[in-house]
Design a protein around this ligand. Sequence first.
Ligand SMILES: Cc1cc2nc3c(=O)[nH]c(=O)nc-3n(C[C@H](O)[C@H](O)[C@H](O)COP(=O)(O)OP(=O)(O)OC[C@H]3O[C@@H](n4cnc5c(N)ncnc54)[C@H](O)[C@@H]3O)c2cc1C
Length: 310
Amino acid sequence: MSETIVIAEIVKGAVHSTTAELITAAQALGSQPVLIVPCTDAGTADGASGMSGASRIVAAKSEVFANYDAAGWAAALDAVAPSGVIIASASPQSKDLAARIAARRGISVVQDVVKIDGHNLTSPIYSGKAMQTVALSGDAVLTVRPNVFDAAPAGGSTEISVVDTTGDMATAVQEFMARASSRLDVAEANIIISGGRGMGSPDNFVHLESIADTLGAAVGASRAAVDTWESIPHSMQVGQTGKTVNPNLYIAVGISGAIQHLAGMRSSKYIVAINKDADAPIFQHADYGIVATWEEALPVLQSTLSSMMA
Ligand SMILES: Cc1cc2nc3c(=O)[nH]c(=O)nc-3n(C[C@H](O)[C@H](O)[C@H](O)COP(=O)(O)OP(=O)(O)OC[C@H]3O[C@@H](n4cnc5c(N)ncnc54)[C@H](O)[C@@H]3O)c2cc1C
């Protein structure tokens, strides 16, 4: 029998809150989904038991889930997930996983879904220049953008079953060595302040960090900033070849607004741009624009925010 399956979003070994949004997306397809939680310890699935709306929760237990590896995760999940429509988050990791599972099963993949209307799925294409709507007929793997669907309400008490899964894998990732950073990741933030080449130097990002600390925001960057300055890591890059973000507030500072940057942030709820060039393309997409240098604008923004938050 064909079912709708939600793969829980796992961040740092725990079920991420966006999983509740995936349950709502599954319900928009007209079904109560099976929620699969990839884990090394079945206790991880407890983090999902309070999310209402799933028909059952399966803790898929395997050592392969200790570190992300597309081939290993896809093999292990393929072995445990029933046939049907599979829904995952449109995070970089889960988009990669979705494509792998779809390839293993020989079914379609639709990435970055932002609307589900019956069996019609809408998602951005051509770096967000256009939207496409495709009709779902049969099994497929979908990824759903965070912050688009409401989270399924808390208060559920769905029973959890545990399944050991290994899949048929040749290699396993033993360890990740991430560049240490204590800052919030742009992909998880509700507010982002990003800097571009107009910041002039990576040292000037300290002004963005200071505002980010006041607002509880993450600091992002354009590709030009990442490519120009070694100390600005790729993990901060927003855009077509960086991360896709969907925060409530995106503040672009010294960023021109190239189409490839817009591809990663144009669906933000509110966009504020600070740029010294009144003709910068970013202003065409901004809800609020400040024509000024960052040297003029950021101190005013910082002191206003600090007094508001005091
Ligand atoms: C295949 C491909 C993929 C790409 N992927 C990405 C991607 O993922 N993300 C991305 O960002 N780009 C991406 N790019 C690059 C993109 O085309 C642009 O080159 C890049 O976004 C420009 O970055 P920027 O706006 O920081 O720099 P610039 O275009 O150099 O703009 C700097 C801006 O800062 C302003 N400025 C200068 N000084 C000040 C000041 N003191 N105060 C305020 N404003 C100031 C200027 O007026 C200007 O508008 C990609 C390109 C290609 C071809």
